[in-house]
Design a protein around this ligand. Structure first.
Ligand code: B3K
Ligand code: ZN
Length: 842
């Protein structure tokens, strides 16, 4: 198996003017007819006059070039046509079997409805085509299906014809085939309109299965907020008369930005107060925004090749993060995003699947929709924004669209636009795309009482010298800023000197996490405590608390627990009880973040050798210490906040619930299950119901099963809530391989539905102490082997659980290696899984 390399990119010899497709869908087969007009690419210097078209698992029925039989041959994974003219019309008819397609890639069925997923290379499973993002064309799509059975027949663009049982769609904007979509089936429709800034009326349509129609209101409102935000913050409007979203239960990832016809996992559309949590609401809005924002960053300007994936994904994640920050609480959003980055992406950087934000090679492109490409990619864009400021960044965006609207381009093209619009040199900055791994930086400071100078020494420990912004402030002992700004770091070693410092300042480094680095500073224990209470940068308040928790968990002797707990107590008391202590921590969501210990997964990263049991025990010890010290206070805060209030999604209300529920969690661990059960019975929203259920399953108690059964009977007809029901049991401290097998026998378990598999197996794989043993691994491996046949994309995702095997304690390390070898030995191993295993065993 040969990987594909970025350096091997060449232009396509042929391009496409128009693509006309016809789909004839029945229950036993789908006939696809295409009429494609090709022309010689004037920029290509190839003169072979041979056209290779991608095609996988297709039954060719007929082929004509300019109405005559061409000189062609079927080859592996495609079709080769020889002796072609410089312009010609290709007509192909082929047969496919969506009714048998369990890979959820190409054209497939979900609950009897047809839908597509073409990114990255799914279109070649529909018909023969130049399946590459730099070949754009205008699509017209005719759809025929049994009109008694299927009432909704959709594709991209505008509906131009509809006669019984068939529709014709025309998409005027040229697009690559990965943005093609087709949906056929029975759906209920939620409809609304949006008037753009220039006064165009856009019809907004959300299609869901009929029983879900009452859960579409939030998504529709979120879609309108996305349109409005895009106009306000980026000055960008929508370009078609219709925008459709279709929600399906069977989907490999979150959602897909197909032009004018987004297809979503139901998880990211359906929402009601009774069925989703506060976090779910905000995540749903973010994904709706993300797919909408792709219309400009991804669709109007797309990627030249798949190595440039972060061009659209990093940028669009940055944009959706900003969307959420503008609409909700910026500091909390930042804390959550950085927590994800440091927990998951930093770990990916230490794993066998470590790769560049712009990868150099792939075997299976779908393995590269990763935290590195998405989240680290977004951090790089955020640094560009930090350097240029909002105005400069927007100038760069405008130049980018002016230059490249309608094109397929590279990350360099984007950075060049930013650079040219601002006269800013980003040359050295490009290391962020060409070096993998997380940069390590240390910072030491020195205050001189005599000459009143504060000297700062910054040192980079990486192979290359990164160029990044270091946001900082120097604070006096009341927390007032003496100095603040952005230091531009670019050398291996740099010194910055601040003069006229009458008192020794406390530095607040890397405010808002202004660069995705691992920073070691010489802040003392006391300075960290001071910053938890007094830093005006909420991110750093949280980050210093995290560092203190980390020390307390991993090296308890390194830290004065009483002093730290006194500070936490002050933070808590200030807002809720007497208000007598001075602290900047007023936001209850922030207090909740400060009270949340680093996850086991994050702690693993800090260990040379991962010992899941030791980490778990050490973390439990600290939880017990917290309870010992704060139990009474938690009770008081809980009863103060646990008053009936109608549900709202305001920062204030979200913060109240967050703090109340973290108190409940600690109280439940201390044995207060009755309190949790009371909340379970009386909760007026899923957020509080889930929180109480999570509290009830921390250990065995008399309420646990009553609550779980009650939950099941109340929600057994709701697919989304049932995912929560499964996942909560797989994550429980009492879960084990046997109980997971029982869950997999449940009548609502469905192996071919990724959401359900994720909620059972995905969740269990993160239940470290219960998963990491021979039986756990064998369970996972058997599932991977089954998925290799049915759904290799999900199979590869689950295989990635083993990507960290080399860092585990010897016994678990050996066991995981055995699993990798066992999978490698199976017949017909998919490219997806092969690539992961090969990297892991290298
Ligand atoms: N672009 C899609 C992801 C496609 C994944 C292909 N395996 C969703 C998104 O990032 O918006
Ligand atoms: Zn995206």
């Amino acid at each position: 198996l040969q990987p594909i390399y970025r350096k091997d990119y060449t232009l396509s010899e042929y391009l496409i003017h128009t693509t006309e497709l016809e789909f004839d869908l029945t229950e036993t087969q789908t006939i696809v007819t295409s009429k494609i007009s090709f022309y010689k690419n004037p920029k290509s210097n190839k003169k072979t006059n041979i056209l290779f078209l991608d095609g996988i698992d297709l039954e060719l029925i007929s082929i004509l070039v300019d109405k005559a039989k061409p000189d062609y041959k079927l080859v592996e994974q495609g079709l080769e046509i020889n002796n072609l003219a410089d312009e010609f019309i290709l007509e192909i008819k082929n047969c496919i079997h969506p009714e048998k397609n369990t890979s959820l890639y190409g054209l497939y069925q979900s609950n009897g409805n047809f839908c597509t997923q073409c990114e990255a290379h799914g279109f070649r499973q529909i018909t023969y085509y130049l399946d590459r993002p730099d070949v754009l064309s205008v699509f017209t799509t005719h759809i025929k299906a049994d009109k008694q059975k299927y009432l909704v027949l959709l594709s991209n663009g505008n509906l131009i014809k509809q006669i019984n049982g068939s529709t014709t769609w025309h998409d005027p904007t040229p697009k690559p085939c990965y943005l093609f979509a087709l949906v056929v089936g029975n759906f209920a429709l939620k409809e609304d309109t949006y008037i753009t800034l220039s006064g165009n009326e856009v019809t907004l349509k959300i299609y869901v299965q009929a029983h879900n129609i009452n859960k579409t209101q939030f998504a529709m409102a979120a879609l309108k907020r996305s349109f409005a935000w895009e106009e306000k913050r980026f000055g960008l409007e929508y370009d078609l008369d219709i925008y459709m979203i279709v929600a399906v239960d069977d989907f490999n990832m979150g959602a897909m930005e197909n032009k004018g016809l987004n297809i979503f996992n139901t998880t990211y559309v359906l929402a009601s107060i009774d069925t989703v949590t506060d976090k779910d609401f905000i995540d749903i809005e973010a994904v709706i925004g993300h797919e909408y924002f792709h219309n400009w960053t991804g669709n109007r300007v797309t990627c030249r090749d798949w190595f440039q994936l972060s061009l659209k994904e990093g940028l669009t994640v940055f944009r959706d993060q900003e969307f959420t920050s503008d609409l909700h609480t910026r500091s909390i959003k930042r804390i959550e995003d950085v927590n994800t980055l440091r927990t998951l992406q930093f770990a990916e950087d230490m794993s066998s699947m470590q790769h560049l934000v712009r990868p150099e090679h792939y075997i299976e492109m779908n393995n590269f929709y990763t935290l590195t490409v998405y989240e680290k990619g977004a951090e790089i864009i955020r640094m560009v924004h930090t350097f240029l400021g909002e105005v400069g960044f927007q100038k760069g965006m405008q130049l980018y669209f002016q230059r490249f609207d309608g094109d397929a381009v590279t990350i360099d093209d984007f950075i060049q636009s930013m650079s040219d619009a601002n006269n800013f040199d980003f040359d050295q900055f490009m290391y962020w795309y060409s070096q993998s791994g997380t940069p390590e930086v240390s910072i030491v400071s020195d205050y001189n009482h005599n000459d009143k100078t504060f000297k700062v020494f910054i040192r980079q420990h990486s192979q290359c010298d990164y160029f990044f912004p270091l946001r900082f402030a120097l604070l006096d002992d009341t927390g007032t800023k003496l100095e603040s700004g952005i230091l531009t770091v670019k050398d291996k070693e740099q010194i910055f000197i601040f003069n006229n410092m009458d008192v020794e300042p406390t530095p607040s480094w890397l405010r808002g996490f202004s660069a995705p680095i691992k920073l070691k500073s010489d802040l003392t224990f006391k300075q960290k405590i001071f910053l938890v209470r007094h830093d005006s940068d909420a991110f750093n308040q949280w980050d210093n608390a995290q560092q203190l928790w980390l020390s307390l968990i991993l090296i308890p002797s390194s830290i004065n627990q009483d002093l730290f707990f006194d500070a936490i107590e002050k933070v808590l008391k200030n807002t809720f009880l007497d208000g007598s202590c001075v602290s900047l921590v007023q936001d209850k969501s922030l207090i909740c973040e400060i009270l949340t210990l680093p996850s086991e997964q994050f702690l693993h990263q800090q260990q040379e050798i991962i010992d899941v049991f030791e980490v778990h025990d050490k973390r439990e010890k600290v939880i017990n210490k917290i309870i010992e010290r704060f139990k009474l206070l938690f009770s008081k805060i809980y009863s103060k906040l646990n008053i009936y209030q109608p549900y709202e999604l305001t920062p204030e209300a979200v913060g109240n619930r967050a703090l109340k529920n973290i108190c409940l969690y600690y109280l439940a661990i201390s044995g207060e299950f009755e309190l949790a059960f009371e909340q379970f019975k009386s909760a007026n929203c899923m957020n509080d119901k889930m929180a109480s259920l999570k509290a009830l399953i921390v250990s065995d108690n008399s309420y646990k099963n009553i609550a779980l059964d009650g939950f099941y009977h109340e929600f057994k007809n709701d697919t989304q809530v049932m995912d929560k029901y499964f996942s909560i049991q797989s994550s429980a401290s009492t879960a084990n391989v046997e109980s997971i097998k029982v869950l997999m026998q449940h009548k609502l378990f469905s192996f071919n539905t990724p959401n359900r598999l994720r909620s059972v197996i995905g969740s269990f794989s993160q239940n470290y102490v219960n998963f990491h043993n021979q039986q756990g691994y064998e369970l996972l491996t058997n599932i991977i082997i089954k998925l290799n046949q049915s759904n290799p994309q999900i199979g590869a995702k689950l295989t990635s659980v083993y990507n960290h095997w080399q860092r585990f304690t010897p016994k678990l390390k050996a066991l995981q290696k055995q699993q990798l070898e066992k999978i490698l030995a199976i017949e017909n191993l998919s490219n997806n899984i092969f690539e992961i295993i090969q990297a892991a065993l290298k």
